[in-house]
Ligand binder design. Structure first.
Ligand code: ADP
Length: 265
């Protein structure tokens, strides 16, 4: 808190009053600190793939390109790093659009059950063989207002994390529960979990519970931050539960479209 104290002088230099301005600078400072941290994070995130690529390209131009075995491997590394940078920049652009409220949700009335099945089907086709997808979804239709593209992104981010952090032979469970005014959606895995004190932070930009592992798996550290923004734009909430060594559950809510009651005018 900053306090400015002024004395008001009237004619004859006589004190006629006092003004005290007390302003809360902690919020301003916090915003400024977060902005600096963000710029530093972005720079770091971009520098890492770039320096990796530079050294592989140097090795290639120093003669590794002639080696039939090494050259394709080195090229693959540079390709992967390029892909990661593209993902990162796309994620950043999206977050920046959301920060500037420079986007529109195209919401439509969607039966979440069939929509969710469709999303899981896509993963079913591309998953490692030993991972099991378990759908605990009700049979009756459940309607919500959704921007399908944006919600697909939310689910893609959550489910691909569940896949990335699943152990061999792990099961990923999809759950849907109708509550009074909202729908509760959850995705659980049997992976390494997230420790209690890190649970809320995983929704922060660039936060990674396990840096080395996230990088190795090609993560940008922005997936859950984007999911959070998009769920909140749908007037929902998102959070995580976890038992270390046992698994993680990501949960979120969406407001339900209430059925019209008949006979009530
Ligand atoms: P990343 O691209 O690193 O996966 P996210 O924003 O998607 O970034 O997730 C942030 C961090 O949260 C991850 O780096 C990881 O440490 C942790 N995390 C997310 N989902 C899971 C999960 N299902 N199991 C364990 N840790 C997870």
């Amino acid at each position: 808190i900053r306090a400015n104290f002024s004395i008001i002088l009237g004619e004859n230099e006589k004190t006629t009053g006092f003004i005290t301005v007390i302003s809360d600078v902690t919020e301003q400072e916090k915003v400024e600190r977060e902005r600096k941290e963000f710029v530093s994070n972005v720079s770091h995130e971009l520098r890492t793939p770039l320096t990796t690529m530079r050294s592989y390209l140097e090795a290639l131009s120093d003669g590794a390109w002639k080696d039939n075995e090494i050259a394709p491997k080195f090229l693959e590394v540079t390709q992967n790093e390029t892909e990661r940078m593209i993902r990162l920049v796309n994620d950043l652009l999206q977050l920046s659009k959301m920060d500037n409220k420079d986007y529109t949700l195209y919401k439509e009335r969607v039966n979440f059950i069939s929509y969710f099945h469709h999303i899981i089907d896509r993963f079913e086709m591309n998953k490692p063989e030993d991972i099991v997808l378990d759908r605990q979804l009700p049979k009756n239709d459940v309607f919500v207002w959704l921007d399908k593209d944006k919600m697909t992104q939310v689910l893609d981010n959550i489910i691909s994390n569940a896949m990335k952090y699943s152990p061999e032979g792990g099961t990923i469970t999809f759950h849907l529960k109708k509550e009074k005014q909202k729908l509760l959606i959850s995705v659980s895995d049997e992976g390494m979990g997230i420790s209690h004190e890190k649970l809320d932070k995983v929704f922060d930009r660039f936060y990674r519970a396990d840096k080395a592992r996230s990088r190795k798996l090609g993560g940008t550290g922005l997936g859950l931050a984007i999911a959070k923004e998009l769920v909140e734009a749908h007037e929902g909430k998102i959070w995580a539960k976890s038992k270390e060594g046992k698994g993680t559950t990501i949960l979120f809510t969406l407001p339900l479209i209430q059925k019209k009651r008949r006979g009530v005018s």
